[in-house]
Design a protein around this ligand. Structure first.
Ligand SMILES: Nc1ncnc2c1ncn2[C@@H]1O[C@H](COP(=O)(O)OP(=O)(O)OP(=O)(O)O)[C@@H](O)[C@H]1O
Length: 353
């Protein structure tokens, strides 16, 4: 039995459905992200686990105990939100010790645990300072220490890094992951940042319009998304509408605007409407006439470690990404061939609007 289970969780605000039929099994020690666009129900799901929002339907189980109607304080959770919400009149040490004091933990043990966790978040030399004397990144580490010191069964993180600037954010991601691994705390992170979800999580749960769209390991999700929503939420892709024309010898042939394109066989049926998807980094430049389709470079952008090309073709515009190790000779106006192998193509169920 999984450590954290959401069973058919539903939340309605009057007749507005914020979360619909949410089922999720999280293993002990696992790090799972809830990823999705604004308003898809991530925070509401997290708030139901935390106990701040009462589900309309369904159950929440932690360590085999039904906590659906338990008060937040009885759930033994650590919670970190985007705003650090530290006590500004207390030192860092006292901020972190607060939860232990509330739980009436003996002073000697409490002091020891606070020192230990402050050392883990690299703040042991800041114990005597006040929150206003720390940077944003440091304050967020205090918030994390304060949540972790009570040794929660589950750690809930709601966009905890989104107020930090890019570089500090990246450092904090690495640190958060390493602390979570060291302590083995089962963790749920809410984020709308796909790279953050992929960098941190054992599994990513993509949500769309109040529902769980797909859950899997980051690599599997990126490589085998179920539909074009998941595909495009996890990164760029070249997606074209098409229909299955034929299927033979392990290959499907797809009609995309009159052009016959190949993909490895799937369980789609002949005549079925599909989205044909190929990621920009899977496409190679070849000589004109030597690839799947020819095109003309309409723009080229240099991003340091990679080039991003836009290529006009007869079926529409392609995005092509290549590492900064080649292709400096290909520029706006160049006529090129675009090539890929059928195994890199994904045929997706078309999202119904
Ligand atoms: N108390 C409430 N009353 C009415 N509607 C609400 C309430 N709380 C949330 N909602 C609605 O439920 C939907 C889901 O909200 P939620 O905060 O879970 O989204 P989210 O995915 O976390 O979005 P964001 O990334 O913007 O925080 C939204 O349309 C929101 O307006």
């Amino acid at each position: 039995m999984s450590f954290l289970r959401l069973e058919g969780l539903v939340k309605r605000f009057d007749d507005f459905v914020a979360v619909e039929g949410m089922n999720l099994n999280v293993e002990k020690g696992e790090f799972v992200s809830l990823l999705g666009p604004s308003g898809c129900g991530k925070t509401t799901t997290l708030q139901m686990i935390a106990g701040f929002v009462t589900p309309t339907q369904g159950r929440i189980l932690i360590n085999n105990q039904d906590v659906t109607h338990l008060k937040p304080s009885k759930r033994n959770l650590g919670i970190v939100f985007q705003s650090y919400a530290l006590f500004h009149h207390m030192t860092i040490f006292d901020n972190v010790a607060f939860g232990l004091k509330m739980r009436k933990i003996d002073k000697v043990e409490s002091d020891e645990r606070v020192r230990e966790i402050l050392s883990l978040v690299h703040l042991k030399d800041f114990a005597h300072r006040y929150p206003r004397e720390l940077s944003g990144g440091q304050q967020q580490r205090v918030a994390l220490a304060r949540a972790m010191v009570i040794r929660p069964e589950v750690l809930l993180l709601d966009e905890p890094l989104s107020a930090l600037d890019a570089k500090i954010r990246e450092d904090m991601q690495t640190e958060l992951r390493s602390i979570q691994r060291t302590l083995g705390t089962t963790t749920i992170l809410v984020t709308h940042d796909q790279s953050e979800a992929m960098a941190l999580s054992d599994r990513v749960a993509v949500m769309n319009k109040a529902r769980l769209a797909q859950i899997d390991k980051p690599f599997a999700l990126y490589e085998h998304p179920r539909d074009s929503f998941v595909t495009e939420f996890l990164g760029k892709s070249n997606v074209f509408e098409g229909s299955i024309k034929d299927a033979n010898d392990g290959l499907s042939s797809i009609d995309v605007s009159g052009l016959n394109l190949l993909a490895n066989n799937t369980d789609h049926t002949i005549g079925q409407a599909v989205d044909f998807s190929i990621r920009p980094e899977k496409i190679r430049f070849v000589a004109q006439g030597k690839g799947v389709i020819d095109g003309t470079i309409s723009s080229r952008i240099f991003l340091g470690n990679q080039w991003v090309f836009q290529v006009e073709t007869s079926i529409g515009e392609f995005s092509v990404v290549s590492l900064n190790t080649s292709h400096i000779d290909i520029d706006q106006g160049s006529v090129v061939g675009l090539d890929w192998t059928p195994s890199e193509v994904r045929l997706l169920t078309r999202e119904v609007a």
